[in-house]
Design a protein around this ligand. Sequence first.
Ligand code: IPD
Ligand code: CA
Ligand code: CA
Length: 261
Amino acid sequence: MSRLTEEMVRQVIRWVEEAGDWLDDPNGLRTVTAKGRADFVTNVDVAVEEFLRRRLAGLTPWAQFLGEEGEKGPIDVTRPFWILDPVDGTTNLIHRFRHSAVSLALAEDGAVTFGVVCQPYTRECFAARRGEGAFCNGGLIRVSGTERLADGLVSAGTVPGRRDLADGAFGQMRRIYDRCQDVRRTGCASLDLCWVACGRLDGFVEQFLQPWDYAAGLLIVEEAGGRVTAPDGAPLSLVRGGGVLASNGKLHLPLTRLLEG
Ligand code: IPD
Ligand code: CA
Ligand code: CA
């Protein structure tokens, strides 16, 4: 049973939407700092994380906090913790590509119990609570019914922060392209997951992501009837990164086999 009440959920979604508006502020982006090759942090990432961290600490003092841009103290997975990606799709933000999101999840008893992903440019807000279905702007969403890889549209991430994995990622992308209808690359993993959840995509794979990239989307896909695992079908960790495969469920096994090569 989640410690978040309905009223708290509504409040948290309002804060995430409010923070999301800063991504769409034409004068909002002022500083860009490289954390690594093709890995950036902007003043918007920092401001969104600080705003939500403070608000959540006030609302849920019982929960720990794991945010992409903050200090990463040890997390006790047996106790509740928030998992935040303040801007998922920072490279898109820097290029004004208008495809980024704020992604926030709550984990309780080692599993995600609430997830929200807000896309400010289209004003789409995806959310789910465990056992209650998945929603976009309040309307119920479901994964696609696609049964054959040949009919599937699959998004494949390019692991920009892990160039050592690029050959494997592009090899997989080619295999997906050969067997499916086509491949997409959007630059925002949390939205890739939400798009699997609402049936715009039939699958999504990336060879390495962090928990803040996938925690919220994982629950949203599962509550929409799909599956999210490691590419070999193993369960995902909420504190350690790894490869991610999401699908409508029907294509999960075929995609696992396809990715094996
Ligand atoms: C990135 C995005 C991108 C994915 C990268 C992530 P960030 O997150 O989700 O789609 O390919 O692996 O790191 O750095 O923009 O928060
Ligand atoms: Ca991210
Ligand atoms: Ca980020």
